[in-house]
Design a protein around this ligand. Structure first.
Ligand code: GRG
Length: 310
């Protein structure tokens, strides 16, 4: 797909290509036990927004203006790897031992449609398969780039990123006898959110930078952009929990307040959180200045993240 100023066209086309690549790469029998394959497919193909893969493709496209460089094709394996990790996190987050949710992406959660053991294994299968995919030559012909991507994704998804952030989140809800703290400061919430959800969005932007062969300046700009939209995404999510319609959001709402959870909305109030969201999107757009019109798709993505209804 050649770069186009019609950024929403790029996004729509990217989404279709991501969906078909996810479908193609999802492990199938006989390589994968049939029930495991079915549960992985059930969750991945349930119609997520594909924000993280779209960010990988859009970031790669923004930095590489070679007309022969097809970002949507060349960055597709890494884009799908991050979606597999994201989907695993949703499956595990919905389990009775975590959030105990019945609905995700508008349909029964994996443990409800199958059972707890299958949901745990489907999540584990997606997590590990993501790294299998990243390590393949299709991800990049250059082994050093593949190793760099594996390292970056391990860190974004792991102990100092999503998994660590989830642990801090559960601890803040007072789930554990040790390390519990219900009184998070604004700074604590920002760190927790940057780890739990921001790290994967930031990885998506950084992966696009590497695959698009960004200069150091471009890579730093995309990292700043990724950091800002990571924060914006979580504030938008906190606002959806307060103001969203569960039928549109595709999952239960009102859960944060019911659990007495510290979020940017509980700390700053709805108006304060909206003002912060606005500042973050403006900061994200500022970061894209070096790209000129080539950053248009990323601007659209940032606005979508802030304004989304689901
Ligand atoms: C279980 C290790 C582990 C981590 C879970 C990310 C996460 C940590 C849990 C997800 C719970 C949650 C609802 C977090 C809020 C932000 C979020 C990730 C929302 C869902 O992401 P979207 O909106 O979903 O990109 P779709 O379905 O469109 O892909």
């Amino acid at each position: 797909m050649a770069r186009t100023d019609l950024s929403s066209h790029f996004i729509e086309e990217a989404r279709v290509r991501v969906d078909s690549a996810l479908d193609r790469w999802l492990p199938k029998p006989p390589a994968c036990p049939p029930l495991l394959s079915e549960a992985m497919r059930y969750s991945v193909m349930a119609g997520g927004k594909r924000l993280r893969p779209i960010l990988v493709l859009s970031a790669a496209d923004a930095v590489n203006d070679d007309p022969h460089y097809d970002a949507a094709a060349l960055a597709l394996p890494a884009a799908c790897a991050v979606e597999f990790i994201h989907t695993y996190s949703l499956i595990h987050d919905d389990l009775p031992a975590m959030d105990n949710d019945d609905l995700r992406r508008g349909r029964p959660t994996v443990h409800r449609a199958f059972d707890d053991a299958t949901a745990i294994l489907a999540g584990d299968g997606l997590l590990t398969f993501a790294f299998d995919l990243l390590s393949r030559p299709e991800t990049s012909a250059d082994p050093a780039i593949r190793v760099e991507l594996v390292k970056m994704l391990s860190r974004a998804a792991g102990i100092g990123g999503m998994v660590g952030g989830q642990m801090l989140d559960l601890a803040a809800e007072g789930r554990f006898a040790q390390g519990a703290s219900n009184k998070l400061t604004e700074r604590d919430v920002a760190v927790l959110q940057a780890m739990k959800t921001g790290a994967l969005l930031r990885f998506a932007c950084n992966a696009g930078a590497i695959l698009g062969q960004a200069s150091d300046n471009e890579a730093a700009a995309l990292d700043r952009f990724g950091d800002a939209i990571g924060q914006a995404f979580q504030i938008a999510d906190d606002l959806l929990d307060v103001e969203g319609d569960s039928a549109v959001v595709g999952k239960a709402t009102g859960k944060d307040a019911a659990a007495g959870k510290a979020t940017m909305v509980s700390i700053l109030g709805v108006a304060g959180a909206k003002a912060r969201l606005h500042e973050l999107v403006a900061g994200a757009e500022d970061a894209l200045a070096p790209f000129g019109t080539a950053g248009t798709t990323l601007v659209t993505a940032a606005r979508f993240i802030a304004d989304r209804r689901s």
